[in-house]
Design a protein around this ligand. Structure first.
Ligand SMILES: Nc1ncnc2c1ncn2[C@@H]1O[C@H](COP(=O)(O)OP(=O)(O)OP(=O)(O)O)[C@@H](O)[C@H]1O
Ligand SMILES: [Mg+2]
Length: 315
């Protein structure tokens, strides 16, 4: 991945050629409106010198982009719900990491946000309107890549823009593949790529329709440490420029703190939210923030919450 291509945004996005669908107008406007990109949650002020409590005074005025209201999910006839009574509010442009032990319902929550699954009880809102099914406003990157094996890499990425009738779907796809460092394999079959490369194509595909909401389920879990770190940097750069609302599932505490405005720690049996923790580090964030003493302290704090929970499960 060259440094030039890694930091470049898709030209079509830069030029404004990626026009939102009519139904997306409000949401797309929020991406470029810094007022609407402010997080709802209050920061812990003063933890890091220079850490701005970004938009604190405006936070209450910001309408949530995504909202769960007392959501419970039952699977089949299981007595215990997978997720119980989860309420969560995510502001437009906020980056939220979902963290928690295996089986606590992170993927289930992401599917609820994506509209792939309806809650058994409670409500889901997108821009304060009931969210009743999959929508072009939500781009999804799955835990395991889900590329169409019968389409070339570039056709996979162009698929969404083509379906939405956007101008120059192949141009959009080319720009995004360049951005994730895969321009050279645009015409290859997905099966000929490594797992990490396939996942990067998945990310390019999710971004291709410029969705205001990006839902990512352990997108970097299968990548080697070096590629993972590059992709984290890339994702931060994309988020800084486009300010989509991101829900990012991960098992990795460091990754969660590095990327997110807010870390939501989940517990299991049944899945519920244990803590919502605001991340106070200023942006743009450099990767070396991980060695800051406050970062280390926050990582320890979150690890304690997760460890306490894990102990309960093994009792
Ligand atoms: N389709 C399904 N049918 C029945 N039970 C399911 C289904 N999907 C998830 N579950 C159950 O719901 C609970 C939460 O699962 P989920 O996959 O959301 O957890 P997770 O936090 O994403 O786990 P991991 O970190 O391992 O990916 C688990 O107990 C799981 O067995
Ligand atoms: Mg999962």
């Amino acid at each position: 991945m060259s440094s030039a291509s890694r930091s470049a945004l898709p030209a079509a996005v830069e030029k404004g050629d990626l026009m939102p669908l009519r139904s997306e107008n409000h949401a797309a406007a929020a991406i470029v409106d810094p007022q609407l990109a402010l997080p709802v949650t209050m920061r812990r002020p003063g933890v890091v010198p220079g850490a701005a409590p970004r938009g604190q005074e405006n936070a209450e005025k910001t309408k949530p982009r995504l909202r769960l209201d007392h959501v419970t999910v039952h699977f089949g006839k299981r007595e215990r719900p997978a997720i119980s009574d989860v309420s969560l509010s995510i502001a437009a442009g906020e980056f939220v990491a979902l963290l928690g032990p295996s089986g606590c319902g992170k993927s289930t929550l992401l599917n609820i946000f994506a509209g792939f699954r309806a809650p058994s009880a409670g409500r889901v809102y997108l821009d304060e309107t009931p969210h009743r099914g999959p929508s072009a406003q939500c781009g999804v990157v799955f835990q395991k890549h889900s590329l169409f094996p019968w389409m070339s890499v570039i056709e996979n990425v162009a698929f969404g823009p083509r379906r939405l009738g956007l101008r120059d779907p192949l141009g959009i796809a080319r720009d995004l593949l360049d951005m994730v460092g895969l321009a050279d394999v645009a015409h290859a079959w997905p099966s000929s790529l490594s797992g990490g490369m396939q996942q990067r194509v998945g990310i390019a595909r999710a971004l291709a329709t410029r969705p205001p909401v990006l839902l990512m389920d352990e997108p970097f879990g299968a990548l080697d440490a070096q590629t993972r770190s590059l992709m984290q940097e890339e994702l931060l750069a994309i988020w800084e420029r486009l300010r989509p609302t991101v829900v990012f599932v991960t098992h990795d505490i460091e990754e969660a703190i590095l990327l997110a405005d807010k870390v939501v720690v989940m517990e299991t049996l049944p899945g519920h939210i244990a803590r919502e923790i605001s991340v106070p580090f200023p942006r743009p964030r450099a990767l070396d923030v991980v060695s800051h003493p406050d970062f280390v302290e926050l990582r320890r704090e979150i690890a304690d919450v997760i460890r306490t929970e894990a102990r309960k499960v093994f009792r």
